[in-house]
Structures are given as C-alpha cells and as structure tokens.
Design a protein around this ligand. Sequence first.
Ligand code: E4P
Length: 225
Amino acid sequence: MMKFYLDTANLASIKKYNAMGLVDGVTTNPSLIVKEGADFEETIKAICKEVYPNPVSAEVTATDYEGMVSEGKRNKAWAENVVVKIPMIPEGLKATKTLSKMGIPINMTLIFSANQALVAAKAGASYLSPFIGRLDDIGQDGMGMIADLVAIKRAYGERFKAEVLVASIRHPIHVLQAAKLGADIGTMPAEVMDKLLMHPLTDIGLKRFLDDWNKAKKERPSITA
Ligand code: E4P
C-alpha cells in the first residue's frame, strides 16, 4: 500500500491529517520551512513529536561535503525519526555515502531522472525523491520517470532497498497514477491530500440521509427508540 507523506512544515495541517491516520511521514525543504516563519530546529522537533515514529525529512542547506555531513549529523540529533534530506549533486552523493554508513537515513532530493535515482540508491540513500510536477512544468513526463524507476526496483526485488518517494505531486491524478504504478510513497501538499478525501456526492448523500432521518424523527418520534 502506498504511504502518504505530507509535504509541508505547517504543524496545524500535519495535526489535522495525522488525526485521520493519513500521515505516514513528512517531508520539508528550505522553502517550506521559510514559509512557516519559525525556527528550523523547533519546527522539525515539533513535527517529529507529532508524527513519531514516522519519518520527517529535514534538508541540509550546505552544498559542500563537509557542510552537508555536519548539518546532517546536527539534523539527525534533533529527533530519532529525522531523515536527512540531501540534494542530488556530487558532493551530496559523497555526504550520503558517509552519513548512510553511520546509520543515518538519507532522502535524496531534486531527482529528475531514473538514472539519478539509481545513482542516489547506489550511494546509500534510503529514500529517492523524484520531482514529477517540476518535470511536467517543463514539458517532460514526470510520471514516466516514476514508471521507469518502479520497473527497475521491481526487477531487482529485495536487492533494491531504497524507497521510491514520489515528490512534487500537484494534484490527485498524480497520486492515483503513482499508486497504480506501485510507488512506495507519495508526498503531497495539504491541498492535494484534502482533494483525496472530498467528493461532492459524499456530501450530497450524507445530507440526504440526515434530512430523511430528521424528517422521519419529527413524524414518528419512536424511530430512535
Ligand atoms: C519534496 O520533498 C519536495 O519538498 C516537494 O515535493 C517539492 O514540490 P514542489 O515542486 O511542488 O515545490
């Protein structure tokens, strides 16, 4: 079953969907952290506490090997369920190799091809984040990349350990297609998760049931006995 992650640093949204049992994990990035306007460390600690033991990705902002390793260790020390997010660049691969060897789980982000994902998995990443929406935005086939990656993972079975974390999801069809392909995880903004739950016919149907019930109760008070 595909896991649902929320792609946000907004604690209220996370609490809302976590109460419904829909949050298998959380991904953040520097843009999402800045959007909430709160301290990075405090934000990550609060999210980690809310969704514990589910994983929470906290991204490094350094772009050199030493900086990424040092920030990765720092982020991991904030909470047991932190996953360190590292960009798909050569220095990031080196940092992934080092940190994953220490037992720190890595989510490799900003992946835009199945080959980049393969490379990330080889370096030791536990989660591979291919960005589908941003590929669609430039006229390329985001979901095609997921299809390739899922096929590769399936071909290797148990030998392919990393999870395919579909990122940059923009609408419910992305979720549906990723699930049909058998992707491990989809991370989505709250607006997309909301659209997965809602259907106008559910609301219309519920209203009709309750109208009928209340009308009958007025006419025949014994109906609730
Ligand atoms: C993934 O981890 C990223 O935070 C995210 O999915 C990026 O999505 P966007 O392209 O909508 O910014």
